[in-house]
Design a binder for this molecule. Sequence first.
Ligand SMILES: Cc1cc2nc3c(=O)[nH]c(=O)nc-3n(C[C@H](O)[C@H](O)[C@H](O)COP(=O)(O)OP(=O)(O)OC[C@H]3O[C@@H](n4cnc5c(N)ncnc54)[C@H](O)[C@@H]3O)c2cc1C
Length: 467
Amino acid sequence: MAQKLHEENYDVVVVGGGCAGVAAAVSAAKNGAKTLLIDAGSMVGGELITGLPVDGALNARGEWIVGGVLTEILDEHKKLGGYIGPVNDWRLIWYVCIDPETMKIAVSNVVRRAGVNVLMYSFAEDIVMQNGSITGIVVVNKQQRTLVRAKVFIDCSGDGDIAMLAGAQAMISNDLGEYQPLTMLFRISGVNKTRLLDFCVDHPENIAVGESEWMGSDLTPRQCAEKLREQGEAAIFFKGNGPLIQDGIKAGDISPTALIGIIPVSNERNEVSVNTTRIANVDATDTKALSNAFGGLVDQAWQCISFMKKRIPGFENAHFAGLSHRIGIRETRRICGDYILTRDDVFNAKKRDDGIGKGSHHIDIHQDGIMQVRIPVQNGGSYDMPYQMLIAKGINNLYIAGRCMSADREAHGSARVMGPCMAQGEAAGLGAVLSISSSDPGNIRNVPISTLRSGLKAQGAILDGTH
Ligand SMILES: Cc1cc2nc3c(=O)[nH]c(=O)nc-3n(C[C@H](O)[C@H](O)[C@H](O)COP(=O)(O)OP(=O)(O)OC[C@H]3O[C@@H](n4cnc5c(N)ncnc54)[C@H](O)[C@@H]3O)c2cc1C
């Protein structure tokens, strides 16, 4: 039976409460816009609250390249306790290690303090358009269907749902129809990190190290492992082609994987997060296929825990501490914007006058089984992301930010990590406010880039002065 459509009005509506949507909504609300953040799930924060570290917030040289809303959230985490912070993996990245449990509270505090209206458990299912502009989004939840009107919309749905409904073009997969794997992250507590780090020093052939000229490419693997041990944090990348994992695969003790990535999440609980499970080449916008992947991923996680307890020193007395609340999705649709970020922009660390945020993560494309592409950004530097990549092509008032960004597949392999996704979201949030207060409200193409850039810098974004 048809339900009556309720109506609500906002200045800015953000669809998707992952890291990009959170940054967008906080940025818009802090600048005075009546802002609604909608998410289909039960909590805001996305991958900030699943056990992953924030990547792409520092370049390989260790310079911070993302600030703004990310800094505000990290500061809130520090106040609440348990923050670990930047850790060098002596391979090619600086992780910013966080406790996903504390992070749930930190994100919520920052979102509420900014004055964002949050609507959880709600799915954006349709849009209304007029003369090339979106005038409203239809949101459905248990209570009702609502036409949410706004002047500017920001699609941070990861899959570009709003852009697709508005008729935007999407870039999908590659010529081979491949998608980066789905992954179920899990956590293990009671880890003896001294034994684990000693094992890495004794058997450096198992770990990936020294892949960046800024991270030990002039050192032997053992010397890199010693640096890891000196640092004292269990940020370890057991590589899929190393003997430990290869023997495990041959013995049928683990599924083929490119990595057992160990990320510290809590020193109080001696807890790490593990990034290893994978089912590749699933289109995650196919909800049945996504749902069906759950069982296989959980089986892999459970098998890997036994393997780690049996085969990796430091895990003998450790125990399973939890699963991510959702399957991790690396890749679905990339929406075409006015500009498409390219592999060359990323690889060459390209700087530009219209940059609204930075990225520095290597081109990181996980594949089936033990395969993974890892190409560092040149010279340990960072690249600028232009304003035009935030604007959905052919639509007047729709920004795209985060995983559904406008980028070719290789550039996406870099900019998909949380640092740059949050920088994009933050810029879209402020851009929306500037557009609304202009003489042509809602026409986001008319936002003066210099005003946007100075506004972003004023709220702590890092746009200049780094490699
Ligand atoms: C396994 C894995 C490991 C990774 N490792 C790292 C890492 O170590 N460090 C790092 O920085 N990054 C890592 N990444 C990448 C990074 O975490 C993500 O690309 C990034 O978090 C994407 O953020 P987002 O906000 O764009 O999207 P998402 O986090 O996907 O958020 C989108 C949100 O939109 C909501 N949504 C979708 N459609 C609708 C709709 N129609 N209506 C309402 N709500 C909707 C969803 O519920 C979701 O909450 C990893 C990713 C994965 C999957």
